[in-house]
Design a protein around this ligand. Structure first.
Ligand SMILES: Cc1ncc(C[n+]2csc(CCOP(=O)(O)OP(=O)(O)O)c2C)c(N)n1
Length: 344
């Protein structure tokens, strides 16, 4: 298991910490959403597959808080929380899990393909590493079109060992030399790719170092502490926007649940290891800081939890009551019309 650099919590004025209260609420909401999604899966309500984000919330929350509303981002299949942090209504995400027409992808994508293009969320991909070339091309397009928008590409530790990581990252570095590739690769190193630990999949376990080979600056940070993630994100986002060149940050984190809903026994890791990481639950770490600053007490923590539960219960009700897609939906939006004269 990789070690985590623990930084002493710097003292901060309560005023500054207060800006993190809305993010605490959203992280609690995302956690409750995942817990309920798992229950719905066990009740047979969720079609396809389900991957939970429990334990990793500070990573997506910290990065998305640093983006501008017109910036864009891509991620893999552990994607519900990313949409919640970006402001997508939980009921539309739950409806997508339930395969309903009111879902973000009209019920055709399911858990692994949450999209909200209006909010700059370009998905949700089930093919490991498959989104990295897309995100890199999108970053190039943003600068080619003359904007100062940037692209974030979240990816897992496992995805870094695929060919679809190395080719686009090399291209990004070349384009970045001309100021044409404003992308941040955010590696969510939760230390496992299904049942394979980082130690068993690569000799160079400090994943940030892999970007050295392409001349892309990078760093590794504690992904459990929202403030560390957010402060890094603000600095990096500013720099990438200015220079139009790629940057990479490895966020060391941990997933509390199994790989997916079918991974019940997790023979590849010990219960003690999971418990040890739960001591560094990102929600509890943030809660502790907010309590110390006098910004949260027991009553508020309970109220925020209840509010999140009510919102998630409403999302489930909405998903249950929404209609299934019309069978004709099956072929709609699947292929664009071929250009005239096109020969497949
Ligand atoms: C191209 C491809 N190969 C294999 C798989 C099977 N698979 C699904 S998830 C996964 C592990 C990916 O791990 P990582 O990128 O670290 O993401 P995490 O699950 O840890 O968030 C694999 C190998 C896949 N979906 N796509």
């Amino acid at each position: 298991m990789a070690t985590v650099k623990r930084e002493a919590a710097p003292a901060r004025p309560g005023e500054e910490l207060a800006t993190y209260l809305p993010w605490y609420r959203l992280m609690v909401l995302a956690r409750r959403f995942e817990e309920e999604a798992e229950r719905a899966f066990r009740r047979g309500k969720v079609g396809g597959y389900l991957h939970l984000y429990n334990g990793q919330e500070a990573v997506a929350a910290g990065w998305l808080a640093a983006l501008r509303a017109d910036d864009i981002f891509f991620t893999a299949y552990r994607d519900h929380a990313h949409a919640i942090f970006r402001g997508t209504e939980p009921r539309r995400i739950m409806a997508e899990l339930f395969g309903k027409v009111t879902g973000v992808a009209k019920g055709k994508g399911g858990s692994m393909h949450i999209f909200d293009v209006a909010r700059g969320f370009y998905g949700g991909y089930g093919i490991v590493g498959g989104h990295i070339p897309l995100a890199t091309g999108a970053a190039y397009a943003l600068r080619y079109l003359g904007t100062d928008r940037i692209c974030l590409c979240f990816l897992g530790d496992g995805a870094m060992h695929s060919g679809s990581f190395h080719e686009p990252v090399n291209m990004a570095a070349l384009w970045g030399r001309e100021g044409l590739c404003p992308i941040v690769y955010v590696v969510e190193n939760n230390q496992y790719a299904m049942g394979t630990s980082v130690e068993r999949s690569t000799v160079v376990t400090e994943l940030a170092r892999k970007f050295d080979a392409y001349g892309i600056p990078s760093e590794r940070i504690d992904g459990q502490d929202l403030l560390t993630v957010h402060e890094t994100a603000q600095r990096v986002v500013r720099q990438v926007r200015e220079r139009g060149a790629p940057y990479a940050v490895e966020c060391l984190t941990y997933r509390f649940a199994g790989h997916g809903a079918a991974d019940l026994f997790q023979p590849y890791r010990t219960r003690e290891e999971v418990e040890r990481w739960k001591q560094r639950d990102p929600i509890l770490l943030l809660e502790r800081r907010l309590r110390e600053a006098g910004l949260l007490d027991d009553a508020q923590v309970a109220a925020i939890g209840q509010e999140a539960e009510a919102q998630v219960a409403e999302a489930v009700r909405f998903a249950e009551e929404s209609p299934a897609p019309d069978p004709e939906e099956l072929t709609r939006d699947v292929y664009t019309d071929p250009p005239s004269g096109f020969v497949p």
